[in-house]
Ligand binder design. Structure first.
Ligand SMILES: [Zn+2]
Length: 239
């Protein structure tokens, strides 16, 4: 009987291992997805910041061209001054030149403002780029580890199933039936240790007489409170 009880204890351990592996199959892909999404949003933010700097640079280019044209226009207008015949025409062109200068100086102010913005945004972008690189490598490492774990679950599960079949083949059918029934009723936990007369399934005390009997390992016993299969475990031996 003692051997049979130990087989049931082993079967319980195998059940826990299987549950853990099965849970990993569900949890790990979710966790990998969650980290992947987090990384994506960080990368997206960086791309948006990069785009903003690019837009400022493009704007700067447009303004520089406008200023160049403005300067050219002023030059042309000045050239026309030499060809005018009337005072009125002369004054009209002077007015035009003033207007062009005014516009050019406004564009110059805009260019200075844009350059300041490019400087500030560029600095922030540098900081963000190095931060993102840090996040990226952390996330990628985490995901790689989880993927390796996930990939190994299949072979781990195969090994555990093989051990389970081997243990079950050595266990009496009547005991297996009892084990399966209690396991189904007690949320996967059919076999629990008892130490110092306390059942580790329900944390209640079992009667002294029963505790004495239990230590002999010579018959299958159930906890009178939670009705799980109990066995005596010398917890001092573990320490
Ligand atoms: Zn109990």
């Amino acid at each position: 009987m003692k051997e049979q009880i130990f087989l049931l204890i082993e079967l319980q351990k195998i059940t826990f291992e299987m549950d853990k592996l099965t849970a990993g199959r569900v949890d790990l892909p979710q966790e990998i997805n969650r980290i992947g999404e987090k990384l994506e949003s960080i990368e997206r933010e960086l791309a948006e910041d990069e785009q903003r700097v690019e837009m400022l640079r493009a704007d700067h280019k447009v303004k520089e061209t406008a200023l160049k044209n403005g300067i050219e226009n002023a030059k042309k207008a000045k050239g026309r001054l030499l060809e005018v015949k009337t005072n009125k025409e002369y004054e009209a062109i002077l007015k035009e030149i003033d207007a062009i200068h005014e516009k050019n100086s406004a564009v110059e102010d805009e260019i200075i403002h844009i350059l300041e913005q490019i400087d500030g945004a560029g600095e922030r972008l540098n900081v963000k780029e190095s931060e993102t690189a840090g996040h990226r490598s952390t996330c990628e490492n985490e995901m790689r580890k989880m993927e390796e774990e996930l990939n190994s679950i299949g072979s781990e599960l195969e090994k555990v199933l093989k051990r389970r079949d081997e243990v079950r083949s050595r266990t009496k059918t009547s005991l297996l039936k009892k084990f399966d029934m209690i396991k189904g009723r007690k949320n996967g936990r059919a076999v629990v240790p008892v130490w110092k007369a306390v059942c580790y399934g329900c944390h209640m005390n079992i009667p002294p007489q029963m505790y004495n009997e239990l230590q002999r390992h010579d018959k299958l016993m159930l906890c009178p409170h939670c009705e799980r299969i109990i066995y005596w475990e010398d917890r001092n031996a573990d320490v």
